[in-house]
Each structure stands twice: as C-alpha cells, then as structure tokens.
Ligand binder design. Structure first.
Ligand code: CA
Length: 224
C-alpha cells in the first residue's frame, strides 16, 4: 500500500511519515497542494492524507483538484478546525473522512485501515491464497500451520502479491505500489526482497508460490 501525505509542517509530516512507514506503508510527502497533485498524477496512491491549511492553496481545493483529475482513492483530511461547517466543506470537496489535530496516531492508523477497507470491499482484513494467510490488522502471516516472520517490507510485498494473485507483476508496478519515490529503479532491490520472501514462504517442503516470469517480473500462483 502506498500513501501520499500532503502536509507543510515538517514536524507533523515527519511524525506521520515515520509512523506510517513503521506500520508498513510506502509513504511520499508533499509540502504543498500543487506538489501533492503532481505526485498523485504520477503515482498510484491507495490513499491520500491531506492537510487543510497548506501554503499555496486550501486542502479543500487540493481535494477538488484530485477528484477532477480522476483520483478515486480515499482522502483523509487533517484539520485544525473542529467546526461542523469545515468538516462539511471537507466532505463536500471530495474527502471521505477527516481527523482534527491534534490526534492520536493510533486513531489515524485505524481510520486509514477503515477507509481502505470501505473503499475496496475486496480489501478485507484477511488475505488468503493457497495455504497462505495474511492478517492485515495483527500483521501476522502464516503458511499452513507455520507462522511467518516478515519484515515490514516483506509484509508489504506479500500483501501486494496477495491482492493480485495469478497476475504477472512487473518490477515497475511492484516498485510503484510497495516502494516510495526514492526507489532506485536501477537497483535489484525488488529481486533481493522477492528472494528473501520466497525463502520464508518456501521453507521446508512447501510448494513454490512466487514464480519468476523472465523479462516481465513475478507472479503469485500455484504450480500446475
Ligand atoms: Ca498545514
């Protein structure tokens, strides 16, 4: 899952970026509304966290522009204003939910999870494929009866595979959904992570589930 945070106060955006990264999301930060719009036009974000008070324009305008430009994912507004009218304006501008500053990080995380679930009914909290299970709330994975010990990045990578079973995934699409804008496209980081993930999934006598497609990338499927 890849998220965009549009927030000009660096303390606040650092706090949100660190917390969301620790929770396993790939996160990009924009400091202005227009920078956020450019990033959203270039990258497939699963959710946008949008501050209302931005230096170049109101976050309400940013929300309108994102919707105009066909961004269909959830928008969570951050506002220092707690008046009902501001919340209504935010929702009217295209936001799906709002959170009043200051907020507890746990609440931000819970709202993000709820928005992602609501926005994509198929985005249930438990992903399954073959004898593989990934619980997105407890962040635990199992293969058969064996618990998997995954790093945050391995978890995010496996989540992306599980959301796209039997579909060939290119390195570009993997990097766009699992890594942030600082990803070095020349590196072999994806191959390294896929190999580490495979070792954990295929430990022992388990059948191979992540297959290499030469010249394309990888696919999660059961062997014929
Ligand atoms: Ca602000």
């Amino acid at each position: 899952m890849r998220l965009l945070v549009v927030e000009d106060e660096s303390k606040m955006s650092d706090f949100i970026r660190k917390g969301l990264s620790e929770a396993g999301y790939a996160v990009d930060v924009a400091e202005t509304g227009s920078a956020g719009e450019s990033l959203a036009a270039a990258n497939p974000y699963d959710l946008v966290v949008l501050d209302v008070m931005l230096p170049d324009q109101s976050g309400l305008d940013t929300a309108r522009h994102l919707r105009r430009d066909d961004y269909n994912g959830p928008i969570l507004m951050l506002t220092a204003l707690s008046g009902t009218r501001d919340k209504v304006h935010g929702l009217d501008a295209g936001a799906d939910d709002y959170l009043t500053k200051p907020f507890a990080f746990e609440e931000l995380l819970a709202r993000i999870r709820a928005l992602l679930r609501r926005h994509h009914p198929e985005k249930q909290s438990m992903l399954r494929f073959s004898n593989l299970e990934l619980d997105l709330i407890t962040r635990r994975g199992r293969r058969g009866s064996k618990e998997l010990t995954l790093t945050q990045k391995e978890f995010a990578l496996l989540e992306y595979f599980l959301r796209n079973p039997n579909r060939p995934l290119s390195r570009t699409s993997i990097s766009e959904h699992v890594w942030d804008v600082h990803f070095d496209t020349e590196s072999n980081v994806i191959d390294v992570y896929v190999n580490m993930l495979r070792k954990k999934l295929e430990d022992g006598s388990n059948k191979k589930l992540i297959h290499t497609i030469v010249g394309v990338g990888y696919v999660l499927r059961e062997e014929e």
